[in-house]
Design a protein around this ligand. Structure first.
Ligand SMILES: Nc1ncnc2c1ncn2[C@@H]1O[C@H](COP(=O)(O)OP(=O)(O)OP(=O)(O)O)[C@@H](O)[C@H]1O
Length: 229
């Protein structure tokens, strides 16, 4: 469907450690363009594993994954990297900024790598994103000189540099206090409701999940509630 950002059909995944255990069982889900979805469930139920499959970083699964109407399952590593760089922005619990680089440079790197925009445009866009997150005055500071909340805002700006259609977050507020969690939530909501970007976040934060558009509940490798109202 045209308004579908991401769709999975019967995704099943096993870990072999040392015995074979299914970690994802027949996951079929659909996320619409512009939707802000939270994935919740007890520790160990498979949330992060699912997110890695959805992000195309993990190819070792059965079933099918479609992103923006394109079947990505079975595509070559090069194609997957291209799809990922173009369409997906990733925010982790730990920001993984390069500590000795300026915030501006950190945000610019994925933009320079993709090459969709000229270096000058990438720099302008990086400033724009930092401004959107209220951290533009920190642009030239080294990333390791910032507070945790500021670093996470820079990391989110970095995830947005190529205007990805889908933003995925694995505990994006897991390391933040409630004030910064609120800031990040509001920004995510703005991206989805005002800019039409699709947000898929794994979270343990009940309040964060409750405020998102839809909560997908997982238990023991399965989706137990799709959260459709
Ligand atoms: N590389 C691996 N090899 C074997 N088992 C793994 C591997 N990675 C994760 N697991 C197991 O798979 C299951 C799902 O892990 P996953 O990290 O997806 O859970 P989660 O729901 O994200 O948990 P948390 O909320 O604690 O982050 C767990 O039982 C975990 O121990």
């Amino acid at each position: 469907m045209e308004n579908t950002a991401l769709k999975t059909t019967n995704i099943t995944k096993y870990f072999h450690d040392p015995v074979t255990i299914p970690v994802l069982k027949n996951i079929s889900l659909e996320v619409k363009k512009g939707e802000f979805v939270s994935i919740v469930g007890k520790s160990g139920c498979g949330k992060s594993t699912l997110l890695y499959v959805l992000s195309t970083m993990d190819r070792d699964y059965e079933g099918e994954l479609e992103i923006n109407g394109v079947k990505v399952t079975g595509q070559s590593l090069n194609n997957l990297a291209a799809i990922r760089n173009e369409s997906i922005g990733f925010v982790f619990q730990f920001h993984y900024l390069l500590p000795d680089f300026s915030c501006l440079k950190n945000v610019m790197i994925p933009g320079l790598k993709l090459g969709k925009f000229s270096p000058k445009e990438v720099e302008e866009r990086a400033y724009e994103k930092l401004k959107m997150f209220g951290v533009e005055e920190l642009a030239l500071k080294k990333a390791n000189k910032l507070s945790g909340g500021q670093q996470q805002r820079v990391a989110i700006a970095r995830a947005l540099i190529n205007d990805p259609a889908i933003i995925m977050g694995d505990e994006p507020t897991g390391n933040l206090d409630s004030r910064n969690t609120g800031i990040v939530f509001d920004l995510f909501q703005k991206l989805s409701h005002e800019y039409g970007q699709t947000l898929i976040t794994v979270t343990h934060d009940e309040d964060f999940a409750q405020r998102s558009d839809r909560i997908i509940e997982m238990a023991d490798g399965e989706i137990t509630n799709h959260g459709h109202k």
